[in-house]
Design a protein around this ligand. Structure first.
Ligand code: FE2
Length: 296
């Protein structure tokens, strides 16, 4: 296997990777090459490969580190509990078979509402509506940090943010809130949606454990700052979110069936546009765990 890595044309970051076969067990060299490409580009769009089976995809992602049991976390029974299958497919009762793939999601980091957040995410488009459906948007959190002044760095470094899934909807536009509301009609009581989880703590300036690069670790799940008055925290967080999502550091991925996007969960935040709920859109998502939470 030899990888061809090219910068995504017209995007502020990210690379297109060809020659990677996730259906095959990756050698140490391949894992190192992918890690190196990820360290340089933060996000990789893998195209032109054979579609991996569920088992193959788990084996491929697990070569990068311990995986979340994403499917199991959401209460989905499957032989591959590491795969979180997001889909607009409905069961015989007309309810979602799993978490939605079509309702809009505000800027987030996978699993940052848990004490152990995601380190890398592998997100693959299995089935898409005509035209590909809504885009997934990524904002470069390293660039967000590096473009702040030393004075702001000194002010933010060492602060602990409280991540909670409650209230993240305030970052959706009015249209998105309506689409999210409409999607609730199909919620399946058998699916364990993550709304009720206890808040988690993460550093606002998050250092990648391998590269040492620092990211502005802020997203719509950040509900407050430890030791700060709610009003002061909310004003700062709103300013930081505007900075973090400046269009100059954002890439919108238009999906093609089979695309596997691998991204550094410290280095980007991401959000999802809505798609037509009457069309089938199915994604597979797996994430490695961030064992070093940066709080030591
Ligand atoms: Fe996500």
């Amino acid at each position: 296997m030899s990888l061809k890595v090219r910068k995504l044309p017209g995007a502020p970051f990210g690379a297109l990777v060809e020659g990677l076969e996730p259906a095959e067990f990756p050698s140490e060299d391949i894992v190192a090459a992918v890690r190196s490409a990820l360290a340089s580009h933060v996000l990789l769009v893998v195209r032109g490969h054979q579609p991996p089976s569920d088992h193959d995809l788990v084996r491929f992602a697990a070569a990068f580190g311990p995986l979340f049991d994403g499917g199991e976390l959401f209460g989905i029974s499957s032989p591959t509990k590491e795969i979180l299958r997001l889909s607009s497919e409905r069961n015989e009762l007309g309810l979602e078979s799993g978490p939605s793939a079509v309702t809009p999601l505000p800027w987030h980091t996978d699993y940052s509402y848990l004490p152990c957040a995601a380190r890398e995410t592998f997100l693959e488009a299995v089935r898409l509506p005509p035209g590909g459906g809504g885009r997934t948007w990524f904002a470069n959190a390293y660039d967000a940090w590096e473009s702040l002044s030393q004075t702001i760095h000194d002010r933010l470094d060492g602060l602990i943010a409280i991540h909670s899934i409650k209230g993240s909807g305030r970052y959706l536009s009015q249209d998105e809130q309506q689409a999210a509301q409409a999607g609730r009609a199909y919620k399946n009581p058998a699916v364990s949606y993550p709304g009720a989880r206890v808040p988690a703590r993460h550093p606002l300036a998050h250092r990648h454990p391998d590269t040492g690069r620092v990211a502005l670790y802020v997203n719509s799940l950040v509900a407050g700052i430890e030791g700060w008055e709610p009003q002061d925290a909310s004003e700062l967080l709103e300013d930081l979110m505007v900075h973090a999502t400046d269009e100059g550091r954002v890439y919108g991925h238009g999906w093609e069936e089979g695309d596997l996007v691998i991204f550094d969960d410290i280095g980007v935040i991401h959000r999802r546009d809505s798609s037509d709920p009457e069309q089938i859109r199915t994604m597979r998502q797996l994430s490695t765990m961030l064992n070093d939470d940066g709080l030591s």
